[in-house]
Design a protein around this ligand. Sequence first.
Ligand code: SAM
Length: 273
Amino acid sequence: THFGFETISESMKASKVAGVFSSVASNYDAMNDFMSLGIHRLWKDHFVRSLNPGVQYASLQEQQEGQRILDIAGGSGDIAIRMLDHATNINRDNKTHVIVSDINPDMLAEGRKRLSTTSYQADGRVDYLEANAEDLSAVKSSSIDLYTVAFGIRNFTHKDKALEEAFRVLKPGGVFACLEFAPQLSNPLFNAVYKRWSFSAIPLIGQIVAADRDSYQYLVESIERFPSQPEFAQMIKDAGFLIPGQKPDGTSIEGGWEDLSMGIAAIHKGVKP
Ligand code: SAM
């Protein structure tokens, strides 16, 4: 690959990824817009709506405590704000709480800055945790109702470890939900056009807009290396999750994921039994 990841140690890979996100933290919105042709905002809206955060038909205890959401790789604050907006405005829930967790302090600082413009921070409905998704020892087992990760997991060195940790921290009945770019579009013609766009234009735009070709090149390559939708669904199952639409014999009805924009991105979900 561009950074020669195959030949350097795994720990170096993690620090390289951290460097990429430190360098893009301040112009993060522009980067996401280029990577997704601006559609990431709609995907995030759809992702959050599909999870319907906030307590609706709750026991008294749940009503008192609200939902506990852990947003992993959530440094931009984008998902946390949407979750809390949805819980508050749609479900009239003022208790649901989000822990925004990220490996990168610069990204967390960006999220904190954004969330400080809302009332959620002052209301104590958000906390921040600097942590590697592969080691969430700061989070108690079976303590989380909803684990989200948006555009983060493809950067993790050991995705299986991150899935194991997601399984551990979720309560039984808790939901794992992932929004991520996918390596192949469903239509081969669109796939060819999109690949051309992403491999040639995105690094160039990164160079022009952010004077940072390498980071953007890395991001394009990380999408290419990410498992296909069926492969990733299998990894989620291997971690112990049931996937929505799964029959009792373990075979899947719907595949367990939802393609967005012809498969440029996909949502995967799993439930801890
Ligand atoms: N979820 C946010 C969103 O959708 O706007 C941010 C996505 S950003 C493309 C990817 C994030 O993953 C960065 O903030 C980066 O620091 C974080 N990240 C990368 N490797 C990580 C790891 N091993 N553990 C936790 N976070 C990680």
